[in-house]
Design a protein around this ligand. Structure first.
Ligand code: BTN
Length: 251
């Protein structure tokens, strides 16, 4: 995979900018990196806080020739690629993927991913937005975020060059995306199974506004969270936000 990197000092959101560029015909592999975002977007309408030099904020543009249902598993793939790259950069730190695509280090969130799909038919595009807490001093975050967030510096005990982190992430993503184009998540399943933070843990979530809870039983090859509910049935959940349930600490 060839990446073309464009850097800007400041923008609202690299996801929003890249979506606009995609609508104007930008090619697959375009990567937009911002030193600073003033309106970083998170999942579920949240905002994403970042600090210049301390955070890595970028989005990449993909134009997979797959049906939209399959493209949904790209968001899981992004979590796998990020976790793999961060594990390589921080040997000895326990890195995991929390379905659908948060990346945790020692049980705290170190990276957020926001995938947004657009276009349609043969012109579908997917924007994968990635925010990594690189050198962030988590004590400077609002208390409610600081309680569950971490950074590479906090976990590895040293600072990192954001550019080196970007290179590692793009390399991992490129390789994983190539495999995904051939066979979907299949070749990422062993990594995912071994790094699935919710596996075996009590999970609480909402599905269409109804509470749903159970025990995480893995992730299916098409990206669904497998949740064993009280009656022993295993539900396949394709979208939502999962939290630790039954007295576990929420993340
Ligand atoms: C989340 O965990 O809620 C997802 C956060 C995604 C943040 C990244 S930073 C780069 C890209 N541009 C955005 O506006 N958001 C994503």
């Amino acid at each position: 995979m060839e990446w073309g990197i464009v850097r800007v000092k400041e923008t609202g959101s690299t996801n929003a900018d890249l979506a606009e560029m995609a609508r104007n015909g930008a090619p697959e592999g375009l990567v937009l990196v911002a030193e600073r975002q003033t309106a970083g977007r998170g999942r579920q309408g949240r905002t994403w806080l970042s600090r210049p030099g301390d955070s890595l904020c970028f989005s990449l543009l993909l134009r997979p020739t797959a049906e939209p249902a399959k493209a949904a598993s790209l968001s899981i793939l992004a979590g796998v690629a990020v976790a793999e790259a961060l594990e390589g950069l921080m040997p000895g730190v326990a890195v995991s993927v929390k379905w659908p695509n948060d990346v945790l280090a020692n049980d705290r969130k170190i990276c957020g991913i926001l995938c947004e799909m657009g276009g349609g038919g043969g012109a579908m595009h997917v924007i994968v937005g990635i925010g990594v807490n690189v050198n962030l001093d988590t004590a400077t975050l609002p208390p409610e975020v600081a309680a569950t967030a971490t950074s590479m510096r906090r976990e590895a005990g040293r600072t990192f060059e954001p550019d080196a982190v970007l290179s590692a992430l793009l390399e991992a993503f490129g390789a994983r995306y190539g495999q995904w184009l051939d066979a979907g998540l299949a070749s990422s399943m062993p990594f995912l199974d071994a790094h699935d933070w919710l596996r075996g843990r009590p999970v609480a979530m909402h599905l269409l506004n109804e509470p749903l809870s159970g025990i995480g039983r893995g992730i299916s090859p098409d990206g669904a969270l497998l949740l064993e509910t009280a009656g022993g049935t295993v539900a396949e959940v394709y979208s939502g936000e999962a939290h630790l349930g039954l007295g576990g600490q929420a993340r």
